[in-house]
Design a protein around this ligand. Sequence first.
Ligand code: SF4
Length: 260
Amino acid sequence: MGELDTKGRIFDIQKFSTHDGPGIRTIVFFKGCLLRCRWCCNPESQSREIETMVKAGKPTEIGYDTTVGEILPGILRDLPYYRRSGGGLTLSGGECLLQPDFAVALLRAVKEKGVNTAIETTLSTRYEVVERLIPYVDYFLVDVKHTDTKKHAAYTGQPNERILENVRRLVSDGANVTVRVPVIPTFNDTEEEIASIARFASSVGVKELHLLPYHRLGYDKYVGLGREYLMGDLKTPDTDHMERLKQAAERQNVTVKIGG
Ligand code: SF4
């Protein structure tokens, strides 16, 4: 069996995205995540199982098994756009590190064609797994949600020690790491909490930090999955507040961007 036969379970492929890395990108969404963030805007990504979600009034199957060879031609079709815009492929989810054989085979296959690569990850796995991807990833976009492990566990279902340690090791192994922080009211949206994350990032050598304001865009998906939406009617942080958080983070010697 060759690498093109490597199997994976995904739930979506988005073309022409301008998020999650530079330029115009194709995003492959892996199915399955270790965390259960209360605000997750892709709740259909969390379970590894194939699920039914009601979309526009119709029950729809979410998740399917595929191989590198099946999805590669569709990804490479946009090569001219990637080249012109500095874009490429991003693996998102869910958590792509839970399917490392598939992730490595896919990244290696596109790298051979000169495609720029990124992964969006929590690094919530053994470092030996993370390490396997280093040669094939141009940008690691790593979610760091809180520096307080108890609060992290209460809102995501997992402690943060392994995540923080993996960020440190990844930077020291020479990977290009951007820390991304979903800014969630009532969870981590004070200047102290954001400064603490920025201080951690700066202390391990991360140069860039993105602040991603909370939004309710996932709400309909919770309804479609028959799940309770745990964030109530929390509002998106306003521009002035985001600007104050940005300044609090910048004081820790990192470059900060709102959005990402
Ligand atoms: S890590 Fe991302 S995909 Fe996983 S539950 Fe949290 S927000 Fe959702």
